[in-house]
Design a protein around this ligand. Structure first.
Ligand code: SF4
Length: 223
């Protein structure tokens, strides 16, 4: 795919969407890790509510959450999907970060990208997307987290192979864009997926990048 088409897509998305408040580098990797675990298969509003509940009940530190009663964590998270499993994971990784990494993820994030990613992926319940979110937002490492929106939209736009797995989509996007644009790209593809390129009924006629999208005709009768 021509790099110029990829660039035009990003430029058009920049002109179409205002960046949300969360589209900025973050200083607290542990909080980011916890929010990202909560957000799995969960709408943004419920993620925010669950995190707010947790923050009201506990200090969001590895030590505090390692020592928390699992039933109390569950109570805070019960507005989120799969909250029992997530509560268990949060307690487990908090214990590991507290005991093995002395409550501090920053030394991990100062490793090379590959080493830092490998170390995060060794934590229970941490998959590539969660690791990549922490690495990109908290350490400005060169990676594009592929959530459900990024995966769908990148494939429809022909920015990634239609049958590509997580790594193939991530590598394809990274090959098309400069590392300095990865964070904004990740955020804007999510914005496009939430607003227009919806899973079932994409709104292609209203979509700002429809002239650049090879999938537009597939959905032409939708809207
Ligand atoms: S034109 Fe349609 S399929 Fe293509 S990105 Fe826009 S909403 Fe998605």
């Amino acid at each position: 795919m021509a790099a110029s088409r990829a660039e035009k897509i990003l430029q058009t998305l920049r002109e179409t969407f205002a960046l949300p408040k969360w589209a900025v580098p973050r200083r607290n990797p542990f909080e980011t890790l916890i929010v990202t675990i909560i957000s799995q298969n969960t709408a943004g509003r419920n993620t925010a509510k669950a995190f707010e509940n947790l923050s009201k009940k506990f200090r969001i530190t590895p030590e505090a959450l390692a020592n928390a009663e699992i039933s109390q964590i569950e109570k805070c998270l019960n507005v989120a999907g799969l909250y029992r499993n997530k509560s268990k994971i949060i307690k487990q990784i908090s214990k590991i970060i507290h005991e093995k990494f002395h409550d501090d993820l920053k030394p991990i994030l100062s490793l090379s990208f590959e080493e830092a990613r490998r170390t995060l992926l060794e934590l229970p319940g941490i998959g590539p997307k969660t690791a990549d979110v922490v690495l990109l937002f908290c350490a400005e490492k060169p990676t594009v987290p592929v959530d459900t929106h990024v995966n769908r939209v990148a494939k429809r736009l022909g920015l990634a192979p239609a049958n590509g797995n997580y790594e193939m989509v991530r590598e394809s996007l990274q090959s098309l864009y400069d590392a300095k644009d990865y964070l904004v790209l990740h955020v804007l593809l999510i914005q496009l997926g939430r607003s227009y390129c919806k899973s079932r009924n994409p709104l292609c006629k209203q979509c700002a990048v429809n002239m650049l999208c090879p999938s537009k005709q597939l959905w032409d009768n939708n809207d």
